[in-house]
Design a protein around this ligand. Structure first.
Ligand code: SF4
Length: 223
């Protein structure tokens, strides 16, 4: 995503460039792990997003907001006007509102999805002793049949070590240390970010979104 295409020169634009580079490296590490290990999600599976609403940092929310504003400004303005709530399923699960049933990857902001969405099923965590541990999702397939490993077994078991979520998370927090403690659920974080981003875009001399469409909030029906 080219953040400079719609944002004016700003600290936010610089930080989003750094975040894009971090996402690029996270994607590359995940791709190397999935290719070597044969660990993969079943085709079309979206169960992570159906029972999960990620907590994300303001910078990650801004990345999604810039993506939405550039790719689908009508949707961006509509979300600001009408709000965004987690998706509640009939069976009681509460999922991400950016999920769509009928798209190949299900995520409607796939290119801009947050770090946890990129790494969730393909990264290791540290146990209480600080040792890296990987366990495949119960729905995932494994090319070698190995589904979990710890510490020094990881390389032998999978051919390459899975990326560590905590290490990437630390790098993420270091891009904007002042907001590193401000994680919020995606719907709330994204609405705040959209307001910030659309305001900044409007500050550009050429205002690429033309001030946005005239959208009124949906009014509740009387009675
Ligand atoms: S942002 Fe996309 S990948 Fe992440 S939980 Fe929502 S729908 Fe899933």
């Amino acid at each position: 995503m080219d953040t400079t295409s719609i944002l004016p020169p700003s600290l936010l634009a610089e930080r989003l460039e750094s975040l894009a580079y971090l996402y690029h490296r996270a994607d590359a590490a995940v791709a190397a792990f999935t290719e070597a290990s044969g660990i993969s999600c079943p085709f079309g599976c979206g169960s992570c997003c159906e029972g999960f609403v990620p907590d994300i940092l303001p910078l990650e929310a801004s990345y999604v907001a810039v993506y939405l504003a550039a790719a689908d400004p009508g949707r961006a303005y509509s979300l600001v006007a009408n709000g965004l709530e987690p998706r509640v399923y009939e069976d009681g699960r509460v999922g991400c509102p950016l999920y769509a049933d009928d798209t190949p990857y299900h995520c409607t902001v796939y290119e801009a999805r947050p770090l946890i969405c990129r790494m969730f099923a393909f990264s290791a965590v540290r146990d209480k002793r600080g040792v890296p541990v990987f366990s495949a999702c119960k729905l995932a397939t494994s090319g070698s049949g190995v589904r979990s490993a710890t510490g020094t077994e990881l390389l032998d078991s999978f051919g390459v070590e899975p990326p560590l979520m905590a290490d990437m998370g630390t790098e993420l927090a270091s891009i904007d240390p002042d907001s590193a403690g401000e994680r919020k659920a995606l719907p709330e974080a994204l609405l705040e970010a959209l307001s910030r981003v659309l305001f900044l875009v409007g500050m550009r001399d050429d205002d690429p979104l033309g001030g946005g469409p005239t959208i009124r909030p949906t009014m509740p029906r009387a009675g």
